[in-house]
Each structure stands twice: as C-alpha cells, then as structure tokens.
Write a protein that binds this ligand. Structure first.
Ligand code: IMP
Ligand code: MG
Length: 186
C-alpha cells in the first residue's frame, strides 16, 4: 500500500477544524434533543464510523447507537446510483425513537435518501440526517439535511472515515485525492 502523500492533492479540512465543528454539532444536538427521550444515533458504515465516535463524545445527553451498512452500485466504484442495497440492517426496533442518521458524506443523495425512506416506514418518533460533509453541487435527489459539518466542492476526498478503494479511512483529516497521481501509480 502506498503512502497517501503520493496522491494527496491538498488537506481540505485539518484535524483541528474537524474536531471544532464536531463539538459544535454535538452541542447543537444536545440542546435540540434535551427534552426528548429515546435518542438513537444510527451510523452508516463504514464511512461514518470516525464521525460517530467523535460526535457521540460531544453529545451530553443520554443516547444509544446502532449501525447499518448499505451499498450502492454505479459507474465504477466511486459513484453511487439509484440502486441502494441494505447489507447490514438494524438489530433493534426504532418505533417511537428519535433517530439521527450519521453519515460521512452526501454526494448524489441516493444512499441517504434510500435509508431515510426505509427507516421512515418503521415509525420512529422522528428521523433526521446529520452529515459531516455535503457535496451539494452533486445532488440528484432532494435530501433534508438537519446537521451538516462542511459544504465541500465537487472533489473526491478521503480520510477521517472516507476511503479510497477501501483504505486510508484512519487519517485524522479530510484530504483531496489527486486522481491523476493516484491513477498514475495504481
Ligand atoms: P451518494 O449516494 O451519492 O450520496 O453517495 C454517498 C456515499 O458515497 C458516501 O456515503 C460515501 O461512502 C461515498 N462517497 C461519495 N463521495 C465520496 C468521496 O469524495 N470520497 C469517498 N467516498 C465518497
Ligand atoms: Mg458512507
């Protein structure tokens, strides 16, 4: 495996900025849900996992966590499309719970829209979306986003949960992939 520095275009969001924004979102969620019971954070695997673990430590009210995994097929493996498949479903009943979907990034919107539609049929008390990154320019279906960390340009990014061909999720910052350099050495 290559060192990420060989294809890092630029650091888009450094670690301190990520953590500061996540603390703000955690405080906002704590305030918004303080009067409500049954808060449940549902992390969409695998990209949302770093965001979830940092975010939950910034939420000061009691809450539970759950995991779900989805795969979406599209052109190549860097784009999703309308066909979204649940590969790991929730293990619990979400009826009457206040659900927050925790996602790494919303791109076309197909993935999170499909998850929202499915979970809404299970009668939660409420359901909303919390995403770390939003590539709004790429949106193809409308998604109501309640909490958003950063709006980012239409560039392929990696690190902090986001992968490039399944690797580099561990990096503590969000970087832009220089696709020419990445492909040249692929
Ligand atoms: P959507 O269905 O097009 O909104 O795609 C959302 C999913 O595609 C995300 O959950 C990510 O897993 C993946 N994705 C979209 N853009 C990027 C990116 O720039 N880097 C890494 N993964 C991405
Ligand atoms: Mg994802």
């Amino acid at each position: 495996m290559r060192d990420y520095r060989e294809f890092l275009g630029e650091v888009l969001i450094p670690e301190d900025k990520l953590q500061a924004r996540i603390a703000e979102i955690g405080a906002e969620i704590s305030k918004d849900f303080v009067e409500k019971d049954n808060l449940l954070l549902v992390c969409i695997l695998r990209g949302g996992v770093l965001f979830l673990t940092d975010l939950m430590r910034q939420i000061s009210i009691p809450h539970a966590i759950e995991f779900m995994a989805v795969s979406s097929y599209g052109v190549g493996n860097r784009e999703s499309c309308g066909h979204v498949r649940i590969t790991l479903d929730l293990n619990i009943d979400i009826r009457d719970r206040n659900v927050i979907l925790v996602e790494d990034i919303i791109d076309s919107g197909y993935t999170i829209a499909a998850v929202l539609e499915l979970l809404s049929t299970r009668k939660p008390a409420s359901i909303c979306v919390c995403t770390l990154l939003d590539k709004a320019e790429r949106r193809e279906v409308f998604v109501p986003v309640k909490y958003s960390g950063f709006s980012i340009p239409n560039k392929f990014v990696f690190g902090y949960g986001l992968d490039i061909d399944d690797y580099y999720r561990n990096l503590p910052f969000i970087g832009v992939v220089d696709l020419d350099k990445y492909q040249a050495i692929e």
